[in-house]
Design a protein around this ligand. Structure first.
Ligand code: PEP
Length: 252
């Protein structure tokens, strides 16, 4: 039985004070209201990570970052290494979010290096993949997502691939209010698992956690999270309100 992983991606929202307030609210509500065994993660801005790590200590929440660089240290002005993230208590790192692919032109090959950097520090990468609306309309979405997976993940060993969480995030559903139907989500998750099985075999593919991301909210979380191959959610907008995020986690 795969564990459900529910991760909040705060994106470039919440200054230090706002982050501390939201993290404190989450700790308190989750303590009172969540009794399932979902892994909860909050992926906060870099500037809030250190402060949040002490707020969530001893709670059910793990700390995540939204990005990292490939090198450990050196003359890379403005970048943050996985070693630095680990040192402030981070255990999950989002890799290849569609916003980074689009605005920062991150390629599949570069993301493969980031995956290696995260795994090298014993943290869990949350690897994002997903197609645009136009790719779906042209019927090339399955090949596109499979190529994202092959080019960024398929160099990994049998043991390392099992440490990766995959987030299927159709770009047309991110921040748009449009959610994939349960049939669309289940179909893509099953195909992603099949693609992994084609390289690593069924036993390994069955163990991989595949989250859905794209306008998940309390109203649609139950049906999405009950799909056979949907093992959690990567949540943007709805993770910025403690009440909404917790109401999603309740369905895990
Ligand atoms: C995301 O950014 O990963 C995301 C899924 O955003 P939203 O939930 O706002 O669509």
């Amino acid at each position: 039985m795969r564990k459900k992983v529910i991760a909040g991606n705060w994106k470039m929202n919440k200054n230090l004070e706002e982050s501390q307030k939201l993290a404190t609210e989450l700790v308190n509500i989750i303590k009172d209201e969540i009794n399932n065994n979902a892994q909860i993660v909050i992926c906060a801005p870099f500037t809030s990570l250190y402060a949040i790590s002490s707020i969530i200590k001893g709670s059910k929440i793990a700390l995540g970052a939204q990005n990292c660089y490939t090198k450990n240290s050196g003359a890379y002005t403005g970048e943050i290494s996985t070693e630095m993230l680990k040192s402030v208590g981070v255990s999950y790192v989002i890799i290849g979010h569609s916003e980074r692919r689009e605005y920062f032109t991150e390629s599949n090959a570069f993301l493969a290096e980031k995956i290696n950097a995260v795994l090298a520090h014993d943290m869990t990468p949350i690897f994002c993949c997903g197609e645009t609306l136009s790719q779906r309309e042209q019927g090339i979405h399955i090949d596109f997502v499979n190529a994202q997976l092959s080019e960024s993940l398929f160099h990994l060993s049998d043991s390392d691939i099992q440490k990766v969480v995959i987030a299927y995030e159709p770009i047309w559903a991110i921040g748009t209010g449009v959610t994939a139907s349960t049939a669309q989500a289940q179909e893509m998750h099953e195909l992603i698992r099949k693609h992994i099985a084609s390289k690593y075999g069924n036993d390994i593919a069955e163990k991989i956690i595949i989250q859905y991301g794209g306008s998940m909210k309390p109203e649609n979380a139950k049906e999405l999270l009950s799909c056979k191959d949907v093992d959690g959610g990567l949540i943007g907008g709805a993770s910025l309100k403690a009440r909404d995020f917790v109401d999603i986690i309740k369905n895990a």
